[in-house]
Design a protein around this ligand. Structure first.
Ligand code: TMP
Length: 204
């Protein structure tokens, strides 16, 4: 594996994904490793504008529009940021193509063939090396979302939707060594740090 791996953080809302992303970024910073951080939706200047559109509660966009917006943002990130840094720096991404499969296919029932076709078209054979997948149970999900002061359009789905998405992640990751699962209900923050840092130490 390249010493500059592509590392992805995935999981549903309030699963601890972004905390885990920060743990990894802080660790790499401490070790003075050369890395870049990206998030999706978002990333490049244009993609951050798309993020605002997608997450805007006042806009009632249909699922197909969302799918194409996610890919428009991803295309800009890929062409302008990822390709430039690939194999030169470690790349950390808060959500990537597995989010599209989990949310747009398993959650919103968009044909998987369409998503795979868009993947091929936009990122070709580019393939992340490792995915940290965070999970949360329904009780904690509800509790944590309730405590958020600001909810965006994607924080306001019904519990059933998030269950479908999390089950989707389960299917995507099943029996694949590339996925490191982190259970935010049973692991303490120190245990989570240990899991992430142990894996990073082996990778870089
Ligand atoms: P965030 O809150 O983790 O920044 O993500 C915003 C939302 O966007 C989150 O609910 C997941 C969703 N999303 C998709 O539905 N499809 C995608 O391809 C991506 C990248 C995110």
């Amino acid at each position: 594996m390249s010493k500059y791996p592509i590392i992805i953080f995935e999981g549903i809302e309030a699963s601890g994904k972004t905390t885990n992303f920060k743990i990894a970024a802080n660790y790499l910073k401490k070790r003075r490793k050369s890395f870049i951080k990206l998030r999706e939706p978002g990333g490049s200047i244009f993609s951050e504008k798309i993020r605002k559109l997608i997450l805007n509660k006042k806009l009632n966009l249909n699922n197909k529009t969302d799918l194409l917006l996610f890919y428009a943002g991803r295309s800009e990130n890929f062409e302008k940021i990822i390709k430039k840094n690939y194999k030169k720096k470690i790349i950390l991404i808060d959500r990537f193509t597995d989010s599209t499969i989990a949310y747009q296919h398993y959650g919103m029932k968009i044909d998987l063939k369409v998503i795979k076709m868009l993947n091929k078209f936009i990122i070709g054979n580019f393939n992340p090396n490792i995915v940290f997948l965070s999970t949360v149970n329904s009780k904690n999900l509800q509790k944590r979302l309730k405590n958020r002061s600001k909810l965006n359009r994607y924080d306001k789905f019904k519990l059933k939707f998030y269950n479908k998405v999390q089950n989707g992640y389960e299917k995507i990751s099943s029996n694949k060594s590339k996925y490191i699962k982190i259970n935010s209900n049973t692991n303490t923050i120190n245990e989570v740090k240990k899991i992430i840092i142990n894996k990073l130490e082996k990778l870089i």
